[in-house]
Design a protein around this ligand. Structure first.
Ligand code: FES
Length: 592
């Protein structure tokens, strides 16, 4: 277009190809050059005059959870082009759970930075963000909210369940159940090998209510994607139609400049937390939601761990899916998925919250009625007949967790452990655990409290999902299925047991009260009063902390270089989301 070369008129547009020009000191030349190069790809001036919709391609040979990304891109492009936009795909890093060393969580913040900066840097009017595996969706929401251009999450969707000896199995709750049975000698090597072949029979995210599925449901509850987008299987035609719809929605969002910091409000997060409690979602989602909320200038500090606790007290667990229940994500989808769940939860929701469709959540539900049927009520229980009455996820505090700890009470396998007093058996770190947990001479009984330190955000960068400490083999062989376990790390969303996680401040912080727990100390856990207490005097607690602080100065290790060094210097604690302090909404005040 000739006006692009009219040197008497400044380039002021903040949309399409004219936004965010590369700095060469001459804006007209920058635009001229950009058009030179984009035309190398064969685009016409007509195509380039449309709203430009970026599509983040997170396909990777190391990410089977994203195996359908090429098909989703094709379908999203169709939706964009049919609606008059121009689709342009681009890559960011892709993070898969079991292919990331030391942990995928270590890379979540890196992916969020990549997402934020590429959305900000490139001339796009809206962005479809294809994610799915555990850390990818939070990373994209964090980055997208910070970039604050219209963003539309598109999730890859859950895998199908597999089968072993006529019984349905699926990643990854059944990975853990069967591995525990193998450790206890209940199944043999042939059977565990056969099970290994069937746990992930298709591409897609884990097929239970683990972290990936939880984040998918939460993203829908935040109003950021079509409700069916939370559960349609990765290999279904429904998933491709969600992708096409997302493409069309992206053009609408671009035209209306619906930015995430305007769409998302405190009410959106209250809805997300209500859904998290109702689905018995992953404990990881607490960390992720805190990180996401803290990227939003108007929500940071408004949503805290106590928000989860308060909402939990009024929200029953309604979804009968593993690990809290018995079924798989495909069952949830067939039972009506998020549409059925949100209709059920309607009295507890903030219906005025806006969604990316341009409608409020109330309007979305009004325009999409749901008639339940017997099977749907088995999977998505009515409020009058919940699976667990309230507080699926709870927040504990006490002298060893002054800034909080998280427990999925609904996933406890032995309810009596929810109120339990027992002697601690302490492991200083993961290596110590690996060395001693199966030692036949380990002084441990089923009433002991297993404590694992050193797996918090700083202590073992990325806060590994090692919080599900294995039952010592000698106890497992004697039939012990659950024990009270406490750590400053995380647990897979697909896991279950009486597990206290995310103890803050973590033990790697010299002042951490959790860091001073010793083998033989008595620990009191009382879920009723939300109390986690080490039974020693305040004076003794303070004296131990002072000694430890002096030791930590003496034993200080040199800092690492590169990303790990940045991580260690900048990661905040679990209750703030384990984000980098400088990436939070108030990150410009870090160090000031
Ligand atoms: Fe990717 Fe579970 S490993 S979602």
């Amino acid at each position: 277009m000739e006006e692009d070369y009219d040197l008497s008129k400044p380039i002021t547009s903040t949309s399409g190809l004219r936004q965010g020009l590369t700095s060469y000191g001459d804006a007209h030349f920058s635009l001229f050059l950009r058009k030179v190069f984009v035309k190398a790809l064969g685009y016409s001036e007509d195509a380039l005059s449309r709203p430009i919709i970026g599509i983040i391609n997170t396909y990777s040979g190391f990410n089977p959870c994203h195996g359908n990304v090429p098909q989703l891109i094709e379908a999203a492009k169709r939706g964009i082009h049919l609606s008059g936009g121009l689709a342009v795909e681009f890559p960011t890093i892709s993070v898969a759970e079991s292919f990331s060393h030391p942990t995928s969580m270590f890379l979540r913040n890196l992916m969020s930075m990549d997402t934020e900066e590429m959305i900000r840097a490139q001339p796009l009017d809206a962005c479809v963000m294809i994610g799915g595996c555990d850390k990818t969706v939070p990373a994209q929401l964090m980055g997208g909210i910070s970039a604050n251009k219209p963003i539309l999450p598109l999730i890859t969707g859950p895998m199908m369940p597999g089968s072993n000896r006529g019984k349905r199995i699926g990643a990854c709750t059944d990975c853990r159940n069967n591995w525990a049975a193998f450790r206890a000698g209940e199944i043999d090597i042939e059977e565990i090998s056969a099970i290994n072949e069937e746990l992930a029979p298709t591409i897609g995210t884990c097929g239970v209510m683990g972290t990936a599925s939880t984040m998918a449901c939460i993203t829908a509850a935040l109003g950021m994607m079509p409700l069916r987008g939370a559960s349609a299987p990765a290999v279904s035609s429904a998933r491709a139609r969600v992708a096409e719809e997302t493409g069309a929605n992206a053009v609408l969002a671009a035209q209306n400049k619906w930015k995430p910091q305007e769409i998302l409000t405190k009410e959106s997060f209250l809805n997300a937390i209500t859904v998290l409690q109702a689905i018995g979602g992953s404990t990881n989602a607490v960390v992720h939601l805190m990180a996401i909320a803290n990227r939003h200038p108007k929500v940071q500090g408004v949503i805290t761990l106590q928000t989860f606790e308060e909402i939990g007290r009024n929200t029953p667990l309604l979804i009968d899916l593993k690990p809290s229940g018995d079924n798989y994500m495909t069952d949830f989808h067939n039972a009506g998925g998020m549409l059925a769940l949100l209709h059920t939860l309607r009295p507890l929701l903030q219906l005025s919250a806006m969604t990316i469709s341009g409608q409020t959540l109330g309007e979305v539900l009004d325009s999409s009625p749901f008639r339940d049927f017997p099977l749907s009520r088995q999977i998505i229980r009515p409020l009058s007949n919940p699976l667990y009455p309230s507080s699926s996820l709870i927040i504990l505090t006490g002298n060893i967790a002054p800034n909080g700890a998280v427990m999925k009470a609904s996933a406890s396998k032995k309810r009596s452990l929810l109120t339990h007093t027992g002697p601690a058996v302490v492991f200083e770190n993961s290596a110590d655990l690996a060395k001693r947990i199966d030692d036949p001479d380990l002084d441990v009984t089923e009433n002991s409290v297993l404590v694992l330190k050193g797996i918090g955000p700083i202590g073992n960068p990325g806060m590994p999902e090692a919080g599900l400490l294995p039952i010592p083999r000698k106890l497992a062989a004697a039939g012990v299925k659950d024990m009270l376990r406490i750590s400053d790390g995380r647990m897979s969303g697909t896991a279950g047991g009486t597990i206290i996680l995310h103890v803050s401040p973590e033990s790697a912080v010299p002042e951490s009260p959790f860091g001073i727990v010793r083998t033989g100390d008595v620990i009191v856990c009382d879920v009723e009063t939300r109390r986690l207490h080490l039974d020693i005097s305040d004076e003794e607690l303070k004296a131990r902390i002072e000694t430890r602080k002096a030791e930590s100065v003496r034993d200080a290790k040199p800092r690492h270089r590169g990303y790990r060094g940045l991580y260690e210097r900048s990661v905040n604690q679990a209750q703030d989301g384990a984000d980098f302090d400088f990436l939070a909404a108030d990150g410009d005040r870090v160090g000031s």
